[in-house]
Design a protein around this ligand. Structure first.
Ligand code: NAD
Ligand code: MG
Length: 393
């Protein structure tokens, strides 16, 4: 059966890898591409839409509409722009949607797709961190599935095939340690956005690359693990594994520890979600264990990476704490990239915002509705801006 496919964030790092796999698996010969979305890289979005013969291409930015329309002239691909157009794209009947917009902006289109019963391949971890229970309940209500695309969560998902979740004793999420894993801690405050934007093992978008250096990415992933798999926080751990060959491990009550190994190439996790429940031939490098020789592990130090400590607090608190955590993290990241704060001040901003917003049970006494999530997201960004303004840089 031909599947109808939509890719949100098609021009990003995950999006391009998704397009690569769709193309290798036959492109328009095999799939009906309903919609592709992107940002300001209009030339690339239009090229993807033409190549895959998409019905619709959407740019997130209304001011880019004319350029997109011009770039698509004569192609038969419809052009649209803005957040409402993204939601409208999510309303178009589709069988499989890749959610790979970066940031909380990915939540609404993903939720919308679930309401139509579409399978949601989820790279946008922010959706689970901000609104995990809501997302899962929506999928259940509309009898559809969320397939994890974050490499660690795809690894756990694969290790759990045929297993009883109650037999899981622990889940270990690996972390490369990012750009500064070998820096002396006292040098971290001098780290620049340029230095934080290079990853030792993975080629990814800039925001997640900086989040890897600060371990906010791993913090999001710990929360994502709790939300997606429903595993108790005390059973979830992060360990530094500089080679990024093991993506995650699942320990069972009998002491068995199942590891998922693979080259650091996101096409594995994307391809697994695209072909699930089958396995397809994927163009990823095969590991030569002898050449690899050894794999290393280190403790993930919460002094070096305070984001990990904050993740524990978020997991323990629950409710809307994840929404505040993610939004303040996004705001702190913007402030760091804009050179308003130091690298080490990002976690200070997030901690201050969590403290301010969680007073009087403000984040845990409220229902997790889309409206409340978006409200907390807004409040957290405002509070983060206030905190940033008080910090000395
Ligand atoms: P990226 O920055 O390379 O691409 C982001 C995409 O989203 C682009 O198409 C961009 O145009 C679009 N976009 C950005 N802001 C938008 C907005 N406000 N509204 C609509 N569209 C917007 O990011 P990425 O590295 O591909 O990451 C995408 C998501 O996947 C993130 O949630 C990230 O955490 C997650 N993820 C990425 C990787 C990876 O290897 N890159 C791995 C695991 C998870
Ligand atoms: Mg990951």
């Amino acid at each position: 059966m031909r599947r109808r496919i939509t890719v949100f964030g098609a021009t990003g790092s995950i999006g391009e890898n998704t397009i690569d796999l769709l193309t290798r698996q036959g492109g328009p010969e095999s799939y009906d591409v309903v919609a592709l979305s992107g940002g300001r890289n209009i030339a690339r979005l239009a090229e993807q839409a033409r190549d895959l013969q998409a019905d619709l291409a959407v740019t997130a930015y209304p001011e880019c509409y004319d350029d997109l329309k011009a770039a698509l002239a004569g192609s038969g691909v419809e052009a649209a722009a803005g957040p409402e157009a993204l939601v409208e794209a999510a309303d178009r009947p589709s069988d499989w949607i890749m959610s790979s917009i970066v940031g909380a902006a990915g939540l609404v289109p993903g939720m919308r797709a679930l309401k139509h019963g579409t399978t949601l391949a989820l790279a946008n971890k922010e959706s689970l961190v901000t609104a995990g229970p809501l997302l899962l309940a929506t999928a259940e209500q509309h009898k559809t599935r969320i397939l994890p695309v974050d490499s660690e969560h795809s690894a756990v998902f694969q290790a759990l095939v045929g297993e009883d979740i109650d037999a899981v004793e622990r889940v270990v999420i690996t972390a490369s340690g990012g750009a500064f894993r070998d820096w002396p801690i006292e040098d971290l405050e001098k780290a620049t956005p340029e230095q934080a934007s290079s990853h030792p093992n993975w080629a990814m978008g800039q925001r997640i690359t900086v989040d890897s250096a600060s371990m906010f990415n791993k913090a999001l992933e710990l929360i994502e693990t709790k939300e997606y798999f429903g595993i108790a926080p005390e059973k979830i751990d992060a360990v530094v594994h500089p080679e990024s060959m093991i993506h995650a491990l699942v320990g069972f009550r009998d002491g068995a520890l199942m590891a998922h190994l693979g080259a650091p190439d996101m096409r594995h996790a994307i391809g697994y979600a695209l072909n699930w429940p089958d396995r397809a031939d994927l163009p990823v490098a095969r590991l030569d264990l002898v050449e690899l020789g050894q794999l290393n592990f280190r403790a993930a130090c919460e002094t070096r990476w305070p984001a990990l400590r904050l993740a524990r607090e978020v997991m323990a608190a629950g409710g809307l704490t994840g929404a505040a955590f993610n939004a303040s993290k996004e705001a702190a990241l913007d402030a760091f990239l804009g050179r308003q704060i130091k690298f080490t001040q990002m976690s200070q901003v997030v901690e201050a915002v969590l403290e301010a917003l969680s007073r009087d049970g403000g984040l845990t006494n409220t229902e997790i509705s889309l409206e409340n999530v978006l409200h907390v997201d807004h409040l957290a960004r405002e509070e983060a801006a206030r905190v940033v303004a008080t910090l000395e840089h």
